[in-house]
Design a protein around this ligand. Structure first.
Ligand code: ADP
Length: 268
């Protein structure tokens, strides 16, 4: 722990004295260290694809200039590196947007069954590619107050992870409980659980999964197009909705990501 100490002389009426001030700097230091780490991480993440792009451009201008096969192959790699940078910038923007908001602005009733249904529709090709079966049979009209784009992002990230990390032929189950018996929220809540039967996550990683750029296996994440920001975004959005995210996993059996959100109680 470090302190800033300042010393001053004060006079109040006939009394004079010395004022000694201690300020705890550890919190400030921690925040500025986190900022420095973040900038270093972002620079590193952007530099990797950029270095590859510059390298391939130089090769295309030089030795591979007249080699049609090499040109095709290198352009393919350059496209996927550029796409990685685009994903990273998109996720950084999402994160900074949700971080800068104190609370969700638009508090409209959001139909969770519908939102998740549309997420599954969008992710169908990805699921098909991995031979993933996704089961989801929601009750009608389960609503929460919130921002539908942000909630859509939450479930996109969770289902995409279940597909990406669950392995080929994985079975994913999504359940939506409109009136769970008891939750950690003090208000009426709804619970959504995205469960996969993939390889699971070692318990020592679980508390850190929602940190920006934390990955269990960096190579695997990169290979699957991950930016390391998905769960950080999920956690921020869920917090902004006054909800909670819970992660349970058993290595060898799979993982469950549970989102608890306050239920819509106003008459719409
Ligand atoms: P990424 O962009 O790397 O997917 P996330 O923040 O979404 O970043 O996830 C962080 C890490 O958590 C991933 O790199 C992966 O190691 C692990 N992870 C996330 N979801 C799952 C899952 N369903 N099964 C196993 N590991 C997972």
């Amino acid at each position: 722990t470090s302190f800033a100490v300042s010393l001053g002389f004060v006079e109040i009426g006939a009394t004079s004295g010395v004022l000694l001030c201690f300020e705890d700097l550890s919190e400030k230091e921690q925040a500025s260290q986190m900022r420095r780490d973040f900038v270093a991480n972002v620079s590193h993440e952007l530099r990797t694809p950029l270095t590859a792009l510059i390298g391939f451009i130089e090769t295309l201008q030089g030795p591979a200039r007249h080699d049609d096969k090499a040109i095709d192959r290198f352009l393919g790699i350059m496209q996927s590196e550029a796409a990685r940078m685009e994903r990273l910038v998109r996720d950084l923007l999402s994160l900074s947007r949700v971080e800068s908001e104190e609370r969700v602005r638009a508090k409209d009733p959001v139909d969770l069954g519908r939102i998740i249904g549309s997420v599954l529709h969008t992710l169908r090709p990805l699921a098909k590619e991995s031979a993933c079966e996704i089961a989801f049979d929601p009750p009608d009209g389960v609503r929460v107050p919130g921002n539908s784009d942000q909630l859509q992002q939450v479930f996109t990230n969770l289902v995409e992870n279940a597909i990406k990390y669950g392995g080929k032929g994985n079975a994913i189950t999504i359940t939506l409980d409109p009136s769970p018996p008891e939750t950690t929220l003090r208000v009426p809540a709804v619970v959504v659980r995205v469960r996969d039967r993939g390889p699971g996550i070692d318990p020592r990683h679980i508390p850190r999964l929602t940190e920006r750029f934390y990955r269990v296996d960096t190579h695997r994440s990169r290979e699957r197009g991950g930016t390391g920001l998905g769960l950080a975004i999920v956690k921020h959005i869920v917090n902004r909705h006054r909800g909670r995210l819970r992660i349970d996993s058993t290595p060898g059996q799979g993982s469950a990501f549970t989102v608890i959100l306050p239920r819509w109680t106003h008459s719409a």
